[in-house]
Design a protein around this ligand. Structure first.
Ligand code: PEP
Ligand code: MN
Length: 348
């Protein structure tokens, strides 16, 4: 729609297009309103659509298989995912400071999760991460404490004021997890669990969608499309490393090139996870710096108060003292690209 289009006219157009059997979706961007049309549009001529109103500036057909996730769907306007937390709204998006998400791989007990939350908050993180339900390769490995860990995450939220990000693995758990989490994570192994994607798409909390370890970028965006199509517009993509031929030195290969590629394909915010991306604590700081330099909107970093004793992913987890230093190092890159917030939230 042209800048300054009257609200009444936008409503009238949506109403008219509904009578054509289409589902109009009003998208309010920074500068203009875009009306997304989903339905049998193949038979429509863009010129015919243009005639519906003189306020229509441009009609664009999205040829890609992912429609709502595509950059064209918002006519190039990057989306923002705004997440209310006790410490205030946190915004994931291209025109905002890099949002750092930190915490242990798994929630182990109340003392460790509350202490870690306060440490990462004081260092400048805006979200606490921690798994209650863990996707483990071996059925004999620690599977997470489940429901009781959700209560511990709620306690850590209360004690630190940080937002909570935690993974959901099963459609049956979506409700109880989204009652506690501020952002619901779908892990790499579930990126194409379509039943789960539909279910998280039908609830209100934003969804963090990690890239499957062998997923192409198109498959990943189609997975995001499932969530968007189910009605949830708040999706954050997370690159967490992919599998290649050489895994002798790193657990995965963090695909930094995915950031500029995605910028040309999608409006969705992008997070990078150098912890799972490398699997080794020594490589995390440098790859975190690279992630900010390449333009990531957010970082996920595993932090554990005693990595040697961690029940999962200790080898890639930073001690809180090291995390403090790393945040200082990251601030140099963050400031250089104009995307660092210098205002850590202080709460008693
Ligand atoms: C995690 O973030 O704890 C996790 C299991 O990550 P991924 O799904 O990327 O392996
Ligand atoms: Mn982990």
């Amino acid at each position: 729609m042209k800048v300054g289009s009257p609200e009444l006219e936008i409503t009238r157009i949506c109403d008219e297009l509904e009578t054509w059997g289409l589902t109009p979706e009003k998208i309010v961007g920074k500068h203009k309103v875009v009306i997304g049309l989903v339905g049998d549009t193949a038979v429509l001529d863009p010129l015919q659509l243009q005639e519906v109103s003189p306020w229509i500036e441009n009609v664009l057909r999205v040829e890609k298989p992912f429609k709502r996730a595509s950059l064209e769907y918002r006519h190039g306007d990057p989306s923002e995912v705004v997440v209310p937390t006790p410490n205030g709204d946190v915004i994931f998006g291209q025109n905002h400071p890099v949002v750092v998400v930190a915490g242990p791989c798994s929630v182990e007990n109340e003392a460790m999760i509350v202490a870690t939350a306060k440490r990462v908050r004081d260092a400048g993180a805006k979200f606490l991460r921690g798994g209650a339900y863990k996707p483990r390769t071996s059925p004999y490995s620690f599977q997470g404490h489940g429901e009781s860990a959700l209560e511990l995450l709620a306690a850590a939220r209360e004690a630190s004021g940080l937002g909570i990000i935690t993974e959901v693995m099963d459609t049956a758990d979506v409700e109880k997890i989204s009652a506690v989490a501020d952002v619901v994570q779908v892990g790499a192994r579930n990126m194409q669990n379509f039943a789960l994607l539909k279910k998280v798409g039908a609830q209100d909390k934003p969804v963090l969608l990690k890239r499957g370890m062998s997923a192409t970028i198109d498959e990943w965006l189609m997975a995001a499309e499932y969530v968007l199509a189910a009605g949830n517009p708040n999706v954050i993509l997370c690159e967490r490393g992919i599998r290649t031929f050489d895994r002798k030195y790193t657990r995965n290969v963090l695909d930094l090139g995915t950031v500029p590629v995605l910028r040309g394909l999608t409006h969705l915010p992008i997070m990078l996870d150098p912890s799972h991306g490398t699997g080794k604590v020594d490589y995390v700081p440098d790859m975190a710096k690279a992630a900010i330099a390449v333009g990531a909107d957010s970082l996920m970093i595993e932090v554990h108060p005693n990595p040697a004793k961690a029940l999962s992913d200790g080898a890639q987890s930073l001690h809180p003292d090291r995390f403090d230093e790393v945040m200082q190092e990251l601030s140099v890159i963050g400031n250089a690209v104009g995307r660092w917030s210098e205002t850590p939230v202080a709460i008693a």
